[in-house]
Design a protein around this ligand. Structure first.
Ligand SMILES: Nc1ncnc2c1ncn2[C@@H]1O[C@H](COP(=O)(O)OP(=O)(O)OP(=O)(O)O)[C@@H](O)[C@H]1O
Ligand SMILES: Nc1ncnc2c1ncn2[C@@H]1O[C@H](COP(=O)(O)OP(=O)(O)OP(=O)(O)O)[C@@H](O)[C@H]1O
Ligand SMILES: [Mg+2]
Ligand SMILES: [Mg+2]
Lengths: 261, 261
């Protein structure tokens, strides 16, 4: 069965995109068939995966607003044979407002993905959905369709503040829209072990979420942040960097957790 | 005349909150009368300024949705006598959707601020509005009321991607909603001069926006990111740190630019 994992956190710049693309690439590098759905109007995941996403390119916008089939907008990523992407373009910027008065507004992505998985998408092992930094209708759609949520948490003080709100939103989705959803994975990002702040935040998160929090934290690594400027993930840009090694280990842990359910 | 400066960038985690509160504190430390309006449901600016913002606290939500007067929700910041804050609470999280079908939805903040500046707020020198990481109705409201926009840009690759979209949105606001708005200030944040990436991004921004970009970049500094955990700005937490020195210099430059217009 295909695992649908939504990567969400309304706090900005915590590593949602970086975690989505690098975990997806690490799984694909090991042979899994993986799709990344970019649902952030900034299109950062599309950039890191090396796919075109200029305005007008068929994207998640047409899928959610015009009812286009997902298989029609999905494109392969140039660097890994079993990695695919549904891009996001700037056209998505107005979607949060445009979706407000549309039929089944919370279920647009769910309807599209159900049809995809019943057809061309039946042999995908993983689907990751990269969310924008908000809890609006784009993120809500991603939570309605997800079987699990992966929460990246930057080891910074503000990161803790938003966590309660995020967990509450997931609980609300679970009660009213999608009973299957649960937080399966928490990844600590941009961890700098030399600072007390990072250690304190990491300890706090691990004590509250011991099961969900992956043992490996992602260290701050320049290779990670420069990879998108080459249209690559760090896995293909520099597989031996500390960031790539961490994401490969995290991907392995995520794969194993799935096996034991 | 009061300068109303909106701090915006839809890219997450680029230093909008950090720049808003620290520039505001630096100006207040030199005697200016300054108000920070927190319009991000995460309430990070309220945290850094040491003011309560639990759900139900009178906040920008009541001002924009219930027509409460701004003077009624404004509170003093404990650490600096001439620094004030209109807090944001989690109640604001639904505002982007709630505002869609409300009268004068883009002008709610403008209406409230105009009344405030005509009454209790007439003697304020600066008003900073901290925006959430999106271009939805909360940010749009902040752009409609602003005389100027300050754009913080993190020295990272993704930071450049979103700039065109942001500038286009400001142009649209200028044409249809607020002819006075202009990008007055660009601040380069989390600058690490040891990396090519940071230097390349900084050079790129300075070459496109030579006038607007402030000469001083803000270095990455642990004192900056730990200050909010004490409910403080870096100006009051550690005034001699590299981050505080940078923000004091940036505040001075912003003040001087205003004098010459
Ligand atoms: N481990 C890391 N080491 C160094 N830089 C990193 C690391 N992880 C992420 N970054 C950088 O930090 C910035 C924020 O990361 P990213 O864009 O993935 O966060 P996000 O949560 O997707 O942001 P947004 O909220 O805007 O969607 C990016 O410039 C990215 O390159
Ligand atoms: N100069 C700096 N040195 C070190 N850390 C910094 C610096 N500036 C900002 N930070 C940290 O980086 C993170 C992002 O900054 P901040 O929250 O101000 O960005 P933002 O744009 O307001 O984010 P959001 O998009 O979520 O509103 C915070 O944890 C902050 O403490
Ligand atoms: Mg992102
Ligand atoms: Mg902020």
């Amino acid at each position: 069965e295909t695992r649908v994992i939504t990567v969400a956190n309304q706090k900005g710049g915590v590593g949602k995109t970086t975690t989505s693309v690098n975990v997806a690439a690490a799984l694909a590098a090991k042979g899994a068939r993986v799709l990344v759905i970019d649902s952030d109007p900034q299109g950062n995941a599309s950039t890191a995966l090396g796919v075109t996403h200029t305005s007008g390119t068929p994207s998640i916008y047409e899928v959610m607003l015009d009812g286009k089939r997902m298989a029609e907008v999905m494109v392969p990523c140039p660097h890994l044979p079993s990695l695919f992407c549904v891009p996001a373009t700037i056209d998505l910027a107005g979607a949060d407002i445009e979706l407000v008065n549309v039929m089944r507004r919370e279920f647009r992505l769910q309807d599209a993905l159900t049809e995809f998985l019943a057809n061309e998408g039946h042999d995908f092992h993983y689907i990751f959905i990269d969310c924008p930094p908000s809890l609006g209708l784009l993120t809500l759609n991603a939570m309605v369709v997800a079987g699990e949520v992966l929460i990246p948490i930057q080891c910074e003080y503000y990161a803790l503040e938003g966590l309660t709100q995020l967990i509450r939103t997931i609980d609300m989705v679970k009660r009213h829209l999608n009973p299957r959803i649960h937080v399966s994975t928490i990844v600590l990002t941009m961890y700098d072990g030399r600072t007390n702040l990072a250690r304190d935040v990491a300890d706090e998160v691990r004590s509250h979420f011991p099961e969900e929090t992956i043992d490996i934290s992602v260290p701050r690594s320049i290779r990670v942040s420069e990879a998108p400027s080459y249209g690559q993930t760090v896995i293909t840009h520099d597989a031996h960097s500390s960031g790539a090694v961490a994401y490969l280990g995290i991907a392995k842990e995520i794969a194993e957790r799935g096996r034991t359910g």
